[in-house]
Every structure is written in C-alpha cells, then in structure tokens.
Write a protein that binds this ligand. Structure first.
Ligand code: IGP
Length: 379
C-alpha cells in the first residue's frame, strides 16, 4: 500500500528526485504531504525559491486528494483515458504491469517501456544535479514559438515548417541510407524551415543526442525541438544541456499532472513545450491545462501508426474556437506530402506543420521543401 501511494505521488515526476524522501510513512495523508515536501525540496534544489512557490501553488487540494485515494500511477493514467501503462519504476518495484511477464499492447507502449530502462541507465551515469549544471552552461535557448510566428508572417500566412531530422521510424524503417544530420539541418534552414525537429530516440528511430548537439554546434540558427518520448523531467534538463530549445510532451503517455509539472520545468529553463495530442479526449485534457502555448495534432496514431490528415481538421472543427480564444498555436504533424496536404491543414486552421518522411526520402531534403509547399519559402 505504502509503495503504491508513493508511486502515485511519483506521477508528477517526483520519482526522479525523491531520494531524500525514503523514510517510512504510514498514513495516506502523510504520504501526500511527504510528496509535497519532497517535491518542494527538490525544486528548490533545482531552481531556487521561484519554482518552490509555483510548485506549492500547483499542488491543488484536488491533486493531493487524488494521491491520497491510493491509486497507482497506471490507475491514474487509465482514469484519464491513457492506454499506455508504465512498466516498472526502479524505485517502486510493485508498481507497473510486472517485470517479465507483461506483453506491450502497442508499439508506443513498447517504446515507453524501453525508454524507462534507457532513462534509468542514463540517470545512473549522470544524476539530475550534474545535468542541471550542464543545462545551465548550454547555449541560451531560442524562442521556438516566436520563430514559427515570424516564418508564417514572412510567407503570407502559409504554415511555418518544422522540418524533421530523422533517420528511421518503426513503420517506415530506414528513410535514408546517407544520413548526415548537420547537412540535412543546413539544407532545411537554407530552404526556409522555421524550426528543426531532431529525433534523439536511438532504439526505434536511430536518432541520438549527439545529433542534437552537433546540429546545435554547427551554426544553424533555427530553434531545435528534441523529439523523444519524455517520461521524466531528467530528460528535459538533458535535452537543454545538449542545446534543445523545445521538447515534445505526448499526452498519450503523460498524465495531466506530469504535463503540468513538465511545462513548469520547461518554462524555468526558457524552453517551449510542444504538447502532442491525437484524439479529442487528449485534446480536451490538454485544453484544461494552463500555460500550453503550442499543441501538435498528430495525424498518426501512435498506437496503430495509421495516418489520416483529416484528424487535424476534425479536431479543429470541434475545438477550434477554444483554441483561438486561448491563442494557442496548432501544429499539424505527420503524413504531409503535397501542397494540397499543406493547404488542407492550413484551411483547417494550423499555423505550422511538422514534416519528416516526405522531405527525408528525397535526394536533397531542403530542396524538397519547395515541392511540399508548391513554392519557395522565404526567411
Ligand atoms: O515523417 P512524418 O510522417 O512527416 O512525421 C513527422 C513527425 O510528425 C513524426 O515523426 C512524429 C510525430 N510525433 C512523434 C512522436 C515521436 C516520434 C515521432 C513523431
């Protein structure tokens, strides 16, 4: 019981920083309060007193009650419609779906389980404190959202382009034999991309943090999105330490409280979060969270990997009014190949598109941009 309560508290990513909080706690409310204290202490270490007050304010009584109800992280996630189960957090062995017997229910779940292992190994090598220090020494963050707005304005309202640097994907396999991330980044920038998305997941996308870092140090000016499966705030600090200006937060993976906490971490680092949704339930969850500036509508289901650009249109028809009222910028992601595709999502109301495959499979991915938009993009 105690273990599962502590695990429930870890839903807000406390697990990554909760080491000082290992004293036994017997009452549920004690657990919740301990979690609050733990997190306050941890954020104080991380960012000084500014985040401390923000975080205390973040922990509304409703959220504490949720923890006190004794639900496990998987139960909390399931109650929010999240089908991805966390497997096993090293600190809480009774949490998760069981060590060896469980079979992943989707590719996304497999990726997340692999990510749990990867992150715990990386953290063992570079603890949060150390990564925070490197993040503080990284080149200053660039404004990802502002770059999207400026690009769209320079191009008569055409959606701004986030061009993706991706070697392979689970569904398409290898996208390019000759893969030079720095060359690809430069040709994208030269041909009018507003921002770049750099895949850093190694196992399923053949990406790397080295690619992110070398692109950042190669002199490109476009802001960079670290494209990975974030399940722990440690990864956000790590991405910043490698020069990322933005990170992807996937609503199909992250419970609301994690998204809120991660948004605050992003803000404290001067980074932008692109919060990705695929269906109406995820969009409605994200629209209830304050401070979301950028929403990505993925046309690809990360469960089945099926792509349908009508998804962008459908979600904007249903929630476009609220999105405009909240002045949220929408990015249409995946499966865009032709000027008609771009025009379709533009008419649906997006101000940016995220494109990988259709550019990467052509000889010069940068020159392919004019083909995708039906005209050359201006800077
Ligand atoms: O290659 P495409 O179909 O143009 O898609 C790009 C991008 O949207 C896709 O890579 C993506 C969207 N969300 C993700 C989450 C993780 C990994 C990859 C993705």
């Amino acid at each position: 019981m105690e273990t599962s309560l502590l695990a429930a508290a870890s839903v807000a990513a406390i697990a990554s920083v909760a080491a000082p909080c290992s004293r036994p706690v017997s009452l549920r409310s004690d657990v919740a309060r301990a979690a609050v204290r733990c997190r306050s202490a941890a954020t104080k270490n991380v960012q000084g007193s500014v985040l401390l007050t923000l975080d205390d304010e973040l922990l509304s009584s409703a959220e504490v009650i949720q923890w006190e109800s004794g639900k496990s992280i998987n139960a909390i996630a399931a109650a929010q419609g999240i089908r991805i189960r966390r497997r096993c957090r090293p600190r809480y062995p009774s949490e998760g779906v069981g060590a060896d017997r469980a079979v992943p229910g989707s590719i996304l779940e497999q990726i997340v389980w692999d990510k749990e292992v990867e992150v715990s190994q990386r953290k063992a090598k570079a603890p949060l404190r150390k990564v925070e220090d490197s993040a503080a020494r990284a080149p200053p963050p660039r404004d990802f959202a502002a770059a999207l707005h400026a690009a769209s304005q320079h191009n008569d309202g055409l959606p701004a382009l986030i061009a993706e640097v991706k070697k392979a994907s689970p569904t398409r396999g290898l996208l390019r034999e000759e893969f030079n991330p720095v060359e690809i980044a430069h040709t994208y920038e030269k041909n009018g991309a507003a921002c770049l998305s750099i895949l850093t997941d190694e196992k399923h996308f053949l990406g790397s943090f080295e690619n992110l870092e070398t692109v950042r140090n190669s002199g490109v000016n476009c802001p960079l999105l670290c494209k990975d499966f974030i399940i722990d705030i440690w990864q956000i600090y790590y991405a910043r330490s490698k020069g990322a200006d933005a990170v992807l937060l996937i609503a199909a993976v992250l419970p609301d409280l994690d998204i809120k906490y991660m948004l605050r971490v992003c803000r404290s680092l001067g980074m932008t979060a692109l919060v990705e949704v695929h269906d109406l339930r995820e969009l409605d969850r994200v629209l209830k969270i304050d401070g979301v500036q950028l929403i990505g509508i993925n046309n690809r289901s990360l469960g089945t990997f099926e792509v349908d650009t009508a998804n962008t249109n459908m979600l904007l028809e249903k929630r476009g009014d609220i999105i405009r009222k909240k002045k949220i910028t929408v990015v249409s992601e995946s499966g865009l190949f032709t000027p008609d595709d771009v025009a379709y999502v533009q008419n649906a109301g997006v101000s940016a598109v995220l494109v990988g495959e259709s550019l990467l499979t052509q000889e010069d991915p940068g020159q392919a941009i004019a083909g995708l938009f039906g005209k050359e993009l201006l800077h």
